[in-house]
Ligand binder design. Sequence first.
Ligand code: GDD
Length: 318
Amino acid sequence: MRVLITGITGFVGSHLAEYALTQEGVEVYGTVRWRSRLDNVEHLLDRIKLVDCDLRDGVAVRRTLEEVKPDYIFHLAAQSFVPTSWKAPAETFITNVISQLHILEAIRELGLRDTRVHVAGSSEEYGMVYEHETPITEENPLRPLSPYAVSKVAQDLLAYQYHQSYGIYTVRTRAFNHTGPRRGHVFVESDFTRQVALIEKGKKEPVIEVGNLEARRDFSDVRDIVRGYWLSLEMGEPGEVYNLGSGKAITIRELLDLILSFTDIEIEIRQVPERMRPSDVMLLVADYTKFHKATGWEPTIPLERTIEDLLNYWRERV
Ligand code: GDD
């Protein structure tokens, strides 16, 4: 079985590649661009096949799918940082939406009827959520609050539409926040653990810079999430959408407290205006019942272990 992972050199892509390699009879392919950094997949290079393909180039995408003829595609490549989408909304749309259109169009034109496509949506699609609307099911309204979130709604609905219009086998997931080793340093839990590691090494004054600590998020371990992605194509219904999360919300302040509980150093907390957003999503918490019923999936790794693994990852690198 041939599996193609877009964004294989990214955080989630590298974990999904590791998971896919544990499955019997699977060949793992991944798309890369000429300037992609390979650090995240260095340890996998003798077991995966990398294909040069910029997903924003429709001709290159078509050629890649013609060559690889994947049974499964996990489409993870994206501009995934919310604040960047305020600064570069058009770029975010081209990377996220147009690239996916190229994949779906190539599948349609090449007649790849048996190829299953997983589309990675996001809990950010729900955006403005009121307390009485939680936990969030797939039926909640989509009220995106950033260009990034709107791009994910577009990806999500395009996957739905291509299934309805052309019968293409798409399954959509809306994962809530997920983290673990190799998480990009701009995201909150990775940024905070990295700052702690720098402080421990004496490379930064004992002050941790933060933004909005009142937002609430639902964190899972990336290793649980990629197992869910795999199950979504194995057992999910084509055309359907599924939430993946822990079902528990914590404030960013509680997350920070948890991170600080792993260090002995006295650290001052300083809120800086540059870290605040034009509008923030204040509350995200998943109801993953639908996915559990379809696949039996549930999260297994406690947040404490995930955060400790992430902190140790940064301790080895700063
Ligand atoms: N990045 C960052 N840095 N966020 C901070 C900081 C800080 O110093 N201080 C507070 N926050 C708050 C943000 O305002 C936000 O409310 C929350 O921490 C989480 O921010 P991020 O880690 O940047 O992630 P996100 O929730 O915006 O988006 C992530 O999760 C989505 C799924 O829910 C990303 O991984 C998205 O790609 C993903 O779709």
